[in-house]
Design a protein around this ligand. Structure first.
Ligand code: DC
Length: 234
């Protein structure tokens, strides 16, 4: 029987991963957070002085290192997936403001994307998956059974991200978060390799005015109506 592939793409901090995790858990599918992979490479680059002072990466040095960078996921006893970098649990480290600040510069490098896209496809090979990112419906799985493109206004997204970081005890200002988010939106959607864009056949989900449960129910219904999903549950 064929596995079901669900692609969830969208802007930074739009609630994609919340939705993707909820769907995966409800459906019993594997959840893959592709942003975490680019963040892990960025953390590696920061730790190994592959970044210049101006925040741009030394691309040739990264090219030499790339084959030695192993990104993987490990399921914790509470069911959550943690991101591993060469065997180390970096789930918390990759969410820092410093990694967020540098990740766009890393994720636009072509050989980084090639490596990560290969890894994403191989992780999903034998499973039904919910995968979230920027290019899942356009590049990684152009034949996904369902594509959802999530969006919300920049102000709403920045507020959500700010609340999340404050709750974690990080010292950040709303302005800093808002500026980083706008910069990442611009970098993600204007880069030459795999820019963020809605696939023509993706469903647009603007959740600016929606509750978390409202968007979950909306997406769940889309999955339940899929012929491929019905087939899986026959
Ligand atoms: O989803 P996120 O904010 O954790 O993603 C971090 C960065 O990685 C984001 O700024 C863009 C990049 N990214 C990407 O280029 N392609 C993906 N499939 C996922 C994330």
């Amino acid at each position: 029987m064929d596995n079901v592939k669900i692609a969830i793409d969208g802007y930074s901090s739009c609630g994609k991963s919340t939705l993707a995790k909820q769907l995966a858990s409800q459906l019993g599918f594997l959840y893959i957070d592709t942003g975490a992979m680019y963040r892990a490479i960025t953390l590696y680059a920061l730790r190994n002085n592959i970044m210049y002072r101006d925040g741009t990466p030394d691309v040739e040095m990264l090219r030499e290192h790339i084959k030695n960078i192993k990104v993987s996921f490990q399921r914790m006893s509470n069911g959550n997936m943690h991101t591993m970098l060469n065997g180390e649990d970096v789930e918390k480290n990759i969410r820092s403001v410093n990694v967020s600040r540098h990740v766009s510069a890393i994720s636009k490098i072509d050989f980084v994307r090639t490596e990560m896209v290969d890894l994403q496809r191989s992780l999903a090979k034998d499973f039904s998956v919910v995968m979230d990112g920027r290019d899942i419906g356009t590049v990684v799985f152009p034949d996904a059974d369902l594509k959802i493109f999530v969006t919300a206004s920049p102000e709403v997204r920045a507020q959500r991200r700010y609340d999340e970081l404050i709750a974690k005890g990080e010292e950040v200002s709303f302005e800093e978060i808002f500026e980083n988010l706008k910069a990442r939106d611009k970098a993600d959607s204007t880069r030459t390799v795999a820019p963020l864009r809605k696939a023509d056949d993706a469903v647009l989900l603007d959740n600016s005015e929606m509750t978390v449960d409202g968007q979950f129910q909306f997406a769940l219904k889309l999955v339940q109506d899929l012929p491929a999903y019905k087939q899986l549950n026959k």
